[in-house]
Structure formats: C-alpha cells, structure tokens
Design a protein around this ligand. Sequence first.
Ligand code: KG4
Ligand code: ZN
Length: 356
Amino acid sequence: HEEPLVLGIETSCDETGIGIVRGRTLLANAIASSMDEHARYGGVVPEVAARAHLEALTPTIERALAEAGVELAELDGIAVTSGPGLAGALMVGVSAAKALAIALDRPLYAVNHLVGHVGADLLQGEGLREAVGAVGELELPTIALLVSGGHTSLLLVRDLIGDVELLGETIDDAAGEAFDKVARLLGLPYPGGPEIDRVAAAGDPGAIRFPRGLTRPKDLERHRYDFSFSGLKTSVARWVERFAAEHADDGVPIPVADVAASFREAVADVLLSKALAACAELGVPRLLLGGGVVANARVRELARERAAAAGVALRVPPLSLCTDNGAMIASIGAQLMRAGRAPSGLGFGADSTLPV
Ligand code: KG4
Ligand code: ZN
C-alpha cells in the first residue's frame, strides 16, 4: 500500500475516540463516551473524564482494530490530539500514543483538535458521502465553523497541515455549553443541546428577542469574529425569572418551547451571521461545519438557507465525524505522513490551550 495506515487517538473531552484510516479511507471509528457519568453534574467533570479515558482506551483500541481488520503491527504511524482540551484528559491520550509509538517503533504525530475537526471532511468511506451540501473534494481555502460543548471557533483554512488561521473564538461559553446551561435552567436533562432542539420544534423562534452577543463592531476587541454566549444565557435566565415572578399567583407555566426556540434562534443566527460574514469579507465562498452543535436542526437549516443565498458552498460531514472522534485525528496524521512531514517525536506534552 502507498497510503499510510494510521491510528488516531482523541481524548480532549469526554469522548475516547480511536480511529483508523488508510490515507483518506476511513477503516474504523470507535468511540466510548463518559457522558453518562457527567450527566448528574450537568457538565463534563475533568477528573472523571480523565479516569474514564484510562479505562476505555485499551478496549476502544481493540474495538477499532477489529472494526478495521488490522493488527497493531501493521500500523504505519500514530496520531494523537495534543490540544486544545481538558489537560488531564489530553494527557491520558498523549501518554497512550507515546507508549504505542515506542512499543511499535512507529512515528508519532501531535495533532491540533480543531484542525482534526476540519480533517474529518477529507475522509471517504461507505455511507460518508451523504453529507449535507457540497459534494466532491474539499476545496481550499475554506472557512470552518467548529461548534461543540468545548469550543466555538471560526477558522480560515488555507492548508490543513500548515496554514490554519484563527479568525475568532468564544470569549466565554462555548455554544454547546450555552445549550447545556439554558437546558438546565429550563429543567431539561443533560446534555441539553438535543433536548432544547427537540422542545424548540414546537415553539415560536420569534416569541422573545434574545440578544446576539458581540455583533456590533465596537464589541469586537480581540478577533474580528469572536463569539460570546454568556450574556445570552444570562438574558434567558433573567427572562425566565421575571416570567415566574409575574405569574407567581396565576400559575401560568413558563413557555418552555418558545424560550427554547427563541434561544436556539439567537445562537444559530449569531453563528451563521459571523461565519457568512467571514466568507464574504475574506472572499472565501466555502463553509465547512464541525462539532456536536452541528446536529442542531436550526443551525443546519439556517446554514443551508444563508449559504445558498450568499452563493457559499456548504459542507457538513456526517454527524459521526462532526462530534469528537479519533478518525479525524488519524486523518490529519495520514496527511502529515503522506507529505513527508517530520514526526513530532516524544517531547511534546498535552497543551490545553494549544493554538491552531
Ligand atoms: O462535539 P461534541 O459531541 O463534544 C464536545 O463538546 O466536544 O459536542 C457536544 C455538545 C454538547 O454541548 C451538546 O449539548 C451539543 O454539542 N449538542 C447540541 C445538539 N446535539 C448536541 N446542541 C444543540 N443542538 C443539538 N441538537
Ligand atoms: Zn471537538
């Protein structure tokens, strides 16, 4: 085979992801999640996530090898997320990757998690091309909007393995985190994103006009395309408190569906406004989405509508590759190997704030 067989390890948050690719062909995408263990805390607990990774790593590696039908000894290289993410969680994956690289005497590549999300779109395999929007090859440069419980970032990708520029990121909560927090204050279970999405379907998105954070030029002190969601979350909390106080005597229930729909609209609006502004202002008519929040029905719908109206080619990888996974890390590892890039060696660590 000319294409490198690479195993990728992803442990930056609560998913233990092991992926195996041959070049751009996806062979396995095994995931173990500690989501259930975090549910009663209403968010990911770093210490719990790190312990769960340690327990899940070996069985998940075995599952991925079985799924791909390959032996450890056949691997050409190892790739691992070195950041950004939860420090303790990252360390488990980085340690495991170093151990494998030493034991197998194979090159090891440190991969940036956000770049990995973009790399997910390169993968080909059965059932993967039913992606939303543009089909065919990923064209560069592209704008990438990555939204999950841990990050909300807008990137300009000129070259996946060497030229990725951060255009903006959240200055407080990640979009998924905002979904989880608002769900909690509406009495919906964790993770809140899917719950809000479900409840919002029966609500009126125009019922309440919640604020769109950092959309006025004077707000933008850092990056041109930064996001803020904590003000929105507080605004929802205040609205619910006020409604409850006003209806303390008449017992009118909080209109949860309208609140959820209006909140979801505000998040989707801000995300897509900024992403498409970047496409227009930078003259890049391509937009790639990634991260767990891409599952959101309104985010998907608004992305399609606005991209079409702006003449922007939209790409959305299948959801199994949008959420955190090891295959996207292996994908970047394979690109680095094919390009003959020097391996990362064993000297790197876990960097919770690793820049792109
Ligand atoms: O990418 P992901 O699986 O893991 C990381 O956070 O890294 O994303 C999970 C996040 C959670 O915050 C979850 O509430 C959110 O994505 N999410 C959604 C939806 N499905 C998952 N948010 C909004 N709408 C959804 N349908
Ligand atoms: Zn992620």
